[in-house]
Design a protein around this ligand. Structure first.
Ligand SMILES: [Zn+2]
Ligand SMILES: [Zn+2]
Length: 293
């Protein structure tokens, strides 16, 4: 039974390569068995550029390098009571259902062009169409991988961390209670960007990143967000509509409070003032009433 990668030119799983990795402290790549499902097996065989041997289900292996990051599950996910997600790296990574190997970086040109010979016009159109989509996907996954590599080695602002989960890039900001209060998430499928302050999704102008400069700008903006400290009123610490962060520039000495919490505070203060006035009126009018009686 072969324990090495089925893809031509790939050295993963070979004894000499494992030895070399160990020497260099490089983590071994995970090998996945070819699927037993006939339909999926056929998809794998179609995708893999190898004609000298047939891919055998449950016997031949393909290593993780040939799968797009979006097809791999690397983490266990636990949802915490506060809505945040806790991630633990899996000892053995898994392939997503229906994953198909698609990345063959080390192949010589002649091995990847064999399928282009003699196609009908219709077939050719389908081929070019698919190729176009593949090119777009390639560009996205290339950008995604570039961003990932850059982020791995980049110095982030204080208390920020970078993680990679659910085929997304995650930048998080940890507050002094070890709570992740700011999150920037970039999806690997389309490079679209989402920002969360606590559990609230924030609307921002830029929703797409194509380079690290884009991301740096957004990171700076989000890092500068001041968290809302609530209404400052004892029995109503936070407005239900609290935006979680302060949208406008603060003037000096101003308390950090979002628009909603500021509104709620003003409303509460007004009620208290009215109550006080009523109470004051009662005490002053009482003697007058007594006199009348
Ligand atoms: Zn391989
Ligand atoms: Zn607020």
């Amino acid at each position: 039974m072969s324990k090495n990668c089925f893809i031509p030119q790939c050295r993963e799983g070979y004894k000499s390569h494992i030895k070399k990795n160990k020497l260099n402290g490089v983590k071994q790549k995970t090998l996945f068995k070819a699927p037993k499902d006939t339909f999926l097996l056929e998809k794998w065989a179609e995708s893999i550029p190898r004609s000298d041997r047939k891919l055998r289900p449950g016997i031949d292996n393909v290593c993780e390098k040939h799968f797009d990051e979006s097809q791999i599950e690397r983490y266990f996910e636990t949802k915490m009571p506060d809505g945040s997600v806790h991630l633990i790296e899996r000892e053995r990574i898994l392939l997503k259902k229906n994953a198909i190997p698609s990345i063959f970086p080390d192949l010589p040109q002649y091995m990847t062009t064999k399928k282009q010979i003699r196609k009908t016009t219709a077939e050719r159109n389908v081929y070019y169409f698919n190729n176009n989509i593949l090119n777009t996907i390639d560009t996205i996954s290339e950008t995604y991988n570039n961003l990932k590599d850059t982020l791995k080695n980049m110095a982030l602002p204080n208390e920020w961390f970078f993680s990679c989960a659910h085929s997304s890039l995650v930048l998080g900001y940890l507050d002094c209670n070890y709570e992740v209060v700011k999150k920037i998430i970039i999806s690997s499928s389309d490079l679209n960007l989402k920002i969360f302050i606590k559990t609230k999704l924030i609307n921002i102008a830029e929703t797409h990143v194509t380079c690290i400069e884009d991301l740096n700008k957004i990171l700076k903006t989000v890092d500068d967000f001041k968290m809302c400290t609530g209404t400052g009123i004892d029995n109503c610490p936070k407005s239900k509509q609290c935006n979680e962060y302060v949208e406008n520039e603060l003037s000096l000495n101003q308390v950090q409070r979002c628009v909603e919490c500021a509104k709620e505070r003003k409303y509460n203060m007004d009620i208290q003032r009215v109550h006080k006035q009523k109470r004051n009126k009662k005490t002053t009018t009482k003697p007058v009433i007594k006199n009348v009686l």
